[in-house]
Design a protein around this ligand. Structure first.
Ligand code: MG
Ligand code: ZN
Length: 228
């Protein structure tokens, strides 16, 4: 049997970065704020978004928020978010472990083209559950939010320095479990800060709701900074 080692080509990543810049310009043309959530499977991305959407609904009408869920095979997460009454769309990547710009472009096209952005204020993208390659393929979002749960162990940030570094906001989720799993949260904060001093770190629990209001404040502050 031949063993094959496949690298994601630097060209592919560079090409995607260029395309992402074009997407960003498109979002800005229509004044749409785009948040992207990234993190490993089971880190709690969907649960956090479930908590955030009701907070966002104090500010925006439900039909002006679009959730785009990236998943390898199912529509389970998107079904959960759809219950909150906002617009939702599912991207099934058919096995690919991350979203790329063409996925988003094709989605906008299916929704009626870029004109759809006129009808939106916010897009929430949930990337495929994966702590590695989604971080290499920006989608033009104004804020990239990394979600890591304490249940994944204390070393997630040092094991994933690139992912940690490119994130704008870092959430340490499932904080309610920290004691039970015996994780040193201060160590997690320290290592995340060393790798990425510019990203605010939010301790949160999607289960209890702790930290979620704070997270949304930080998300909005980040957008304000992006725009000035
Ligand atoms: Mg999910
Ligand atoms: Zn991937």
């Amino acid at each position: 049997m031949v063993k094959t080692v496949v690298f994601v080509g630097k060209d592919v990543i560079e090409e995607n970065a260029k395309l992402a810049q074009r997407l960003r310009e498109l979002y800005d043309k229509y004044g749409v704020i785009v948040y992207e959530f990234l993190g490993g499977p089971g880190s709690g991305k969907t649960s956090l978004i479930e908590r955030l959407v009701p907070i966002m609904l104090r500010e925006y009408r439900p039909e002006r928020i679009l959730y785009i869920g990236g998943d390898v095979a199912t529509t389970l997460d998107t079904e959960r978010i759809a219950k909150l009454g906002i617009r939702t769309v599912q991207i099934n990547t058919g096995g690919t472990c991350h979203l790329e710009v063409p996925h988003i472009e094709a989605t906008l096209k299916q929704l009626g083209g870029e004109e759809i952005l006129r009808d939106l204020d916010v897009i929430i993208i949930e990337n495929v559950g994966n702590l590695i390659c989604p971080f290499n393929f920006p989608l033009g979002a104004h804020a990239r939010i990394m979600v890591v749960s304490v249940a994944e162990g204390k070393d997630k940030f040092i094991k994933h320095p690139v992912s940690t570094k490119v994130s704008d906001i870092i959430v340490i989720n499932k904080i309610d479990l920290a004691k039970a799993v015996g994780v040193n949260v201060d160590y997690m904060i320290k290592t995340a800060k060393e790798i990425n001093p510019r990203a605010p770190i939010i301790l949160a629990s999607a289960k209890t709701g702790e930290g979620v209001e704070k997270l949304y404040q930080v998300m909005k502050e980040h957008i304000k900074r992006e725009r000035t």
